[in-house]
Design a protein around this ligand. Sequence first.
Ligand code: NAX
Length: 331
Amino acid sequence: AKEPVRVLVTGAAGQIGYALVPMIARGVMLGPDQPVILHMLDIPPAAEALNGVKMELVDAAFPLLKGVVATTDVVEACTGVNIAVMVGGFPRKEGMERKDVMSKNVSIYKSQASALEQHAAPNCKVLVVANPANTNALILKEFAPSIPAKNITALTRLDHNRALGQISERLNVQVCDVKNVIIWGNHSSTQYPDVNHATVKTPSGEKPVRELVKDDAWLNGEFITTVQQRGAAIIKARKLSSALSAASSACDHIRDWVLGTPEGTWVSMGVYSDGSYNVPAGVIYSFPVTCKNGEWTIVQGLAIDELSRKKLDLTGAELCEEKELAYSCLS
Ligand code: NAX
């Protein structure tokens, strides 16, 4: 039998946490033969609710779940973890300045970075979900210098999956037959959902999405804004932000990272930019990546047309600006 993998979920008493921990305990993240030990962290005001989640995990009698640590102690939460999914953060409340929200999250991610650096298992893989996800991940990277930069990522897989979903609905095809969309840049409304290399599996082979949709105005307009603003549309409909889709996408992100992407398929991940495609280096930027043996690689050599170039640059500029804002909160 396999040794259990320790998976940390911060903000585990929240909405996404509530959807995510049962998925992990069922093997959705790491596979149906991989036992797990869940580490759940939240803050003291949520301690009782967190304990309630732990009670439900016990009650669900998941065969793969070999233990649960539910705590408000960051060190206890981080000790020995192999995977860390950072969902906890300070939400933007009405009337709050962007800088104030950034400042709260910078201090949270700075201290959790140190705890992970000192107490997590070697080679721990980190996924930041909490917003501003890319910049929180960057702060985590900066304050955990002994964790390799390639181990720290941000979630844009939900945006990627939303793009697949929109194409599948539009063409009335199975979502599993659509692949290789790309989310470039920031997990924010400046993200660029790109279908220029996306394909659909048809009875007569793989066909480009553009050739099948036959409506460039929609693909360059409404499709992009729908994906960019999907989070707001969910809030409007549900009066709560996306949770089950965020949790499921976080599982997809880690599963593909650890177990690999299928041959010929790439996914989108926010990773530490090396300046590929002439986007800014030194920020966490979402790229198309393939994964093998637990490591991601940016897909190189894709053609970038003029419209795309502008959009890659715009979202890159926003990330540089967020980075500056985050740094200004440190001093
Ligand atoms: P909730 O407010 O329901 O849950 C957040 C939880 O984090 C709460 O239980 C809170 O007590 C806890 N928390 C706060 N500070 C903490 C700290 N210092 N340490 C540990 N826990 C802490 O929010 P939820 O709907 O679950 O969303 C969580 C985060 O995901 C938000 O930042 C949200 O903006 C972000 N999202 C990111 C997405 C992405 O694709 N990257 C999509 C979904 C989601 O909007």
